[in-house]
Design a protein around this ligand. Structure first.
Ligand code: NAP
Length: 242
């Protein structure tokens, strides 16, 4: 099957059953444990067969904003998902030139997979609130179920009213994921401040951030794992606080 070649799981071989493929769409700059817990919750709650983590190529709403390269975001996503048998990281969007629109992504996936494979596009509820304004939103509604992941205390009002007032027939499931109180911006801030990322993202991701000096991290001769917290890489770590 073609899908093997492009790092997507082969699904749909048994024509007597349907398959449910989760697609975790996000910038993942960087990926963190909130994303991983979220995908695992969706896997259980929606009885998914596999979850594909798809770092956004050139995110439509991030034009002009500073985002790490697709290569770095993909590498961290691969490291973070490598030990889970039902998670797969894909280059599907990062290898696509130009701005990547979700409607195009879903259509390309639809063309690749047989009809007995259903798509569940999982992303943050903030993004779901904007989905009605995405390019070809009608195609997004037709091609996938949507899963909006929320942090505890998150007000769903904006997302719900946007979906309800849309002329398109979106099928949305909301999933509250306590671990999503972690955010990528919080991790970036901690790196900038020289603080620990331990328990916020898998250690190999922390190592990658320091090795490649992302988010203002400083490299050291011995790498991130040489210090007390497994994350510090620069000089001047005075207080020893994580
Ligand atoms: P975002 O606006 O950066 O993120 C919105 C919120 O959702 C943030 O709090 C973010 O937290 C969280 N989030 C993002 N992805 C998540 C995921 N998979 N699971 C749980 N929480 C998640 O959104 P974005 O990352 O740019 O875009 C999300 C997805 O929507 C991407 O696949 C993107 O390509 C797609 N999108 C498509 C269009 C379009 O087709 N026109 C436009 C916008 C977005 P963190 O920062 O901690 O991740």
């Amino acid at each position: 099957m073609e899908m093997q070649r492009i790092d997507l799981p082969a699904l749909g071989e048994d024509t007597d059953r349907t398959y449910r493929l989760g697609i975790m769409g996000g910038t993942f700059d960087p990926i963190h444990n909130g994303h991983l817990v979220c995908a695992e919750c969706a896997f259980d709650a929606l009885d998914l067969d596999m979850v594909v983590f798809m770092p956004a190529g050139s995110p439509a709403f991030k034009q002009g904003k500073q985002v790490s390269t697709g290569e770095d975001r993909y590498a961290m996503t691969l490291l973070a998902t490598s030990d889970n048998p039902h998670f797969v990281a894909t280059r599907f969007e990062v290898d696509r030139p130009g701005v990547t629109y979700t409607a195009d992504t879903l259509q390309l996936l639809r063309d690749l997979y047989p009809d007995n494979v259903e798509f569940f596009f999982i992303t943050g509820a903030d993004a779901i609130a904007d989905v009605v304004a995405w390019r070809n939103a009608d195609r997004v509604a037709a091609l996938a179920h949507l899963v909006g992941a929320t942090r505890p205390g998150y007000d769903l009002g904006r997302a719900e009213s946007a979906i309800e007032s849309s002329p398109y027939d979106f099928d949305v499931t909301y999933l509250e994921v306590p671990a999503l109180s972690i955010s990528s911006s919080y991790l970036r801030e901690r790196v900038r401040e020289g603080k620990s990322l331990r328990y916020l993202t898998p250690d190999p991701v922390t190592g990658y951030i320091h090795k490649h000096q992302l988010y203002g991290a400083r490299a050291s001769r011995y790498g991130a794992s040489n210090d007390r917290y497994g994350i510090r890489s620069g000089e001047g770590h005075k207080d020893g606080q994580a």
